[in-house]
Design a protein around this ligand. Structure first.
Ligand code: F6P
Length: 341
């Protein structure tokens, strides 16, 4: 059997560990042959391929990024995109495809699967907002990086008695903000799921100074004030219709400074959260996803995605995985009220 593999969307620490798991078990246990498709859906769309075998996955386990490259190419937005993808899979005599990606990449996989293309999905997003899986790899690494940043910001905030705002990733879901904010002992955590009250944020900031500490405010890039809109880096949309976020941290620091009279600065963590070596947990989870994905192909379980449920890796329909995103429950967010201010 000949299997194609691609990685699409924003990259994520652990992608190489998934590819390694797929190839090692596919070759050594099932006797399969692999071809890598370059840069997400651009590979099958344009017939851009790269060799993929055991030699290509040697030494990649601790490396961030993806050896196959990634992009946000959307075949559904290209004239006859799906037809071209099918034609290129046939031209390269690919019997099955493993697509590693988030809601966008797997949304295309679901459409192809409905048209009879044999596909298995692997969930990927540092935002951890994919429905149907408890965790995605890359999230733990991002949380660790953000937590370390918050730890470091505490000491300099204290020295200068400043408000330090930390902007983290999280377009629709505040998982990175909530986990890193709690782990790092932040005094305010703002997430996309709940519009925030600026007066309340300023009250928490002032309370923190009153008890002689300097406040750390963690804000997800997709968070919004009660009155106001998303703050955008620019309004151009990618092939999946997403605008570029970032800027809420600067906006918030400015508003806090004006309203409280306390000096406020911003740190935007940006792609530092996505780059570099994956955590041990992410290597473990990504490896398991890779092993289970190639087994799903072996079993002919097409149209499914591997997912973590508790400590088990299970198979769920691709359509279930992409039907809606997983957001922070208000009750979970409320658990941490005691730490605000
Ligand atoms: O979807 C994952 C994510 O990291 C989001 O948190 C962020 O908004 C987006 O990707 C940024 O992606 P890029 O910089 O690759 O366009």
């Amino acid at each position: 059997m000949h299997i194609g593999v691609l990685t699409g969307g924003g990259d994520c620490p652990g992608l190489n560990a998934v590819i390694r798991g797929i190839v090692r078990k596919g070759v050594e246990v099932h006797g399969y042959r692999f071809t890598g498709f370059r840069d997400g859906w651009r590979g099958p769309l344009e017939g851009a391929v790269t060799p993929l075998g055991v030699p290509e996955v040697r030494g990649v386990l601790p490396r961030g990024g993806t050896l196959l490259g990634s992009s946000r190419t959307n075949p559904l937005k290209v004239p006859d995109g799906i037809g071209r993808v099918r034609a290129n899979l046939a031209a390269h005599r690919v019997d099955a495809l493993i697509a590693i990606g988030g809601e966008d990449t797997l949304g295309v996989a679901a459409v192809l699967s409905e048209q009879g293309v044999p596909i298995v999905g692997v969930p990927k997003t540092i935002d951890n907002d994919l429905n149907a899986t408890d965790y995605t790899f890359g999230f733990d690494t991002a949380v660790n990086i953000a937590t370390e940043a918050i730890d470091r910001l505490h000491t300099t905030a204290e020295s200068h008695k400043r408000v330090l705002v930390v902007e983290v990733m999280g377009r629709h879901a505040g998982w990175i903000a909530l986990h890193s904010g709690i782990a790092g002992g932040a005094n305010v955590i703002l997430i996309p799921e709940q519009r925030f009250d600026l007066d309340q944020v300023c009250a928490w900031v002032e309370h923190r100074f009153r008890i002689n500490y300097a406040p750390i405010v963690v804000v997800a890039e997709g968070a919004m004030p009660l009155a106001g809109q998303l703050v955008l880096k620019d309004a151009t949309r990618d092939a999946y219709g997403h605008v570029r976020l970032s800027g809420i941290g600067d906006w918030l620091a400015h508003e806090i400074q004006v309203r409280t009279g306390k000096e406020a600065r911003t740190t935007v963590l940006g792609h530092i959260q996505r780059g570099g070596t994956p955590s041990a947990f992410d290597r473990w989870l990504a490896t398991r996803f890779g092993l289970h994905a190639v087994d799903a192909v072996h079993d002919g379980a097409y149209g499914t995605m591997v997912a973590l449920r508790g400590t088990d890796v299970v198979r769920v329909p691709l359509t279930e995985a992409t039907a809606r995103i997983k957001t922070v429950d208000p009750a979970l967010y409320a658990e941490f009220d005691v730490f605000f201010g």
